[in-house]
Write a protein that binds this ligand. Sequence first.
Ligand SMILES: NC(=O)c1ccc[n+]([C@@H]2O[C@H](COP(=O)([O-])OP(=O)(O)OC[C@H]3O[C@@H](n4cnc5c(N)ncnc54)[C@H](OP(=O)(O)O)[C@@H]3O)[C@@H](O)[C@H]2O)c1
Length: 219
Amino acid sequence: MKVILFGGTGMVGQGVLRECLLDSGVTSVLSISRSRTGGEDPKLRVAVHSDFLDFSALESQLSGFDACFFCLGVTSAGMTEQDYTRVTHGYTLAAAETLARLNPQMTFVYVSAIGADSSERGRMMWARVRGKTENALLRLPFKAVYIFRPAGIAPLHGERSRTWLTRFSYTIIGPLLPLLQYTFPRYITTTEQLGRAMLKVARSGASKRVIESADINSI
Ligand SMILES: NC(=O)c1ccc[n+]([C@@H]2O[C@H](COP(=O)([O-])OP(=O)(O)OC[C@H]3O[C@@H](n4cnc5c(N)ncnc54)[C@H](OP(=O)(O)O)[C@@H]3O)[C@@H](O)[C@H]2O)c1
């Protein structure tokens, strides 16, 4: 399986990349990011890109892939709706529309978040924008699209968030994560479980398109 990864420098993306590199069925990973971070691996190629609303400069490298794991995302904290929409909806759809055109046999897996609002009409700005993004992805002509909506994610192998607010939160709740995972198994997953579940749906499909937090650990 040939994989394209977005957000590979982030906490979720680092975990997904680790699982891809460990998986003997994954033959190559193209990580598209705005900086060249991440480890060296014979299976890994990094394409540094700056304009996430326009992928035309990369198009010659974007064909022939089986799966895309889209882990790029931001917290809405402190962002206007316009700015949050530009990254969350704009970047995701710009990448996905390009990939759908070049890879109709691709499975696209999007990391969203628990509480995304499929009606697009609720009171929470971030949830509306997430829901709108998910709905637009589900309409694209990929072989399949899966939406993952994790809640809490425990970084299992040293993955670190790029967002200071998340890093700060993990400093506080990090030591409690094993207990929280035990007490609320439906709401806590790990970077490892998430990465493995994404690989599994890309490879074998799933019975539903929207994979809620509670489903992730059982895939
Ligand atoms: N962490 C959690 O507990 C959790 C829970 C539920 C859902 N999620 C969702 O999972 C996704 C990934 O979260 P995460 O924890 O991995 O976040 P993270 O550690 O902050 O990483 C975010 C990733 O997105 C990229 N990115 C952010 N803004 C960008 C921009 N303007 N242009 C290009 N790339 C940009 C970052 O690239 P740079 O390295 O270049 O900044 C990084 O690769 C997000 O959508 C998040 O909402 C996370």
